[in-house]
Design a binder for this molecule. Structure first.
Ligand code: FE
Ligand code: FE
Length: 164
């Protein structure tokens, strides 16, 4: 029997479930990173982004509603790999002056992953004529980009100096 032909709307839904899994995972992980961080600036950045990430979860729920689906998660091995690496850094660099630099690198890997997913989903939403969904996805994409820039500025100002 021929494999059922999947279409762009199914790919959109699959990827939405992947990002929904990832965002929920990040809500779980960010408090641990906040606790581990030494720099108060970095702690503050993680705290702020935790609040934003909770909104990202609810925005995704709005997108599920727009396409008439219940919010559901699909295991995302990419985010599990990135967060596993972060956990490894927290363990191996505990008490080290390089810990914050390591936390920053892990956090930026997360943001870049999210940026790639949200950029893709936004483009597909436009392709599918889901203008409102595209707007929601773009808003989250903007916040991920702003977070990435804020982390870069923390990295250059405080953390990397301490690590040397
Ligand atoms: Fe997010
Ligand atoms: Fe994020």
């Amino acid at each position: 029997m021929a494999k059922e032909i999947k279409k762009l709307n199914e790919l959109f839904h699959d990827t939405l479930m992947d990002v929904y899994f990832a965002e929920n995972k990040i809500v779980e992980v960010l408090p641990k990173m906040q606790e581990a961080a030494k720099s108060s600036q970095l702690k503050g950045a993680f705290e702020k982004h935790l609040a934003e990430t909770k909104v990202h979860v609810t925005r995704l729920e709005e997108v599920f509603a727009i396409i008439g689906k219940e919010p559901a998660k699909k295991t995302c091995p990419a985010i599990l790999g990135i967060t596993d690496e972060g956990a490894e850094i927290m363990e191996e660099y505990e008490g080290s002056p390089a810990l914050d630099a390591g936390l920053l690198s892990a956090a930026q890997a997360v943001e870049h992953y999210e940026m790639s997913r949200y950029g893709t989903l936004r483009t597909w939403a436009l392709e599918l004529g889901l203008t409102d969904a595209a707007g929601l996805l773009q808003t989250t994409l903007d916040e991920e980009q702003a977070t990435d820039l804020a982390l870069t500025s923390i990295a250059t100002s405080v953390v990397n100096q301490n690590a040397e």
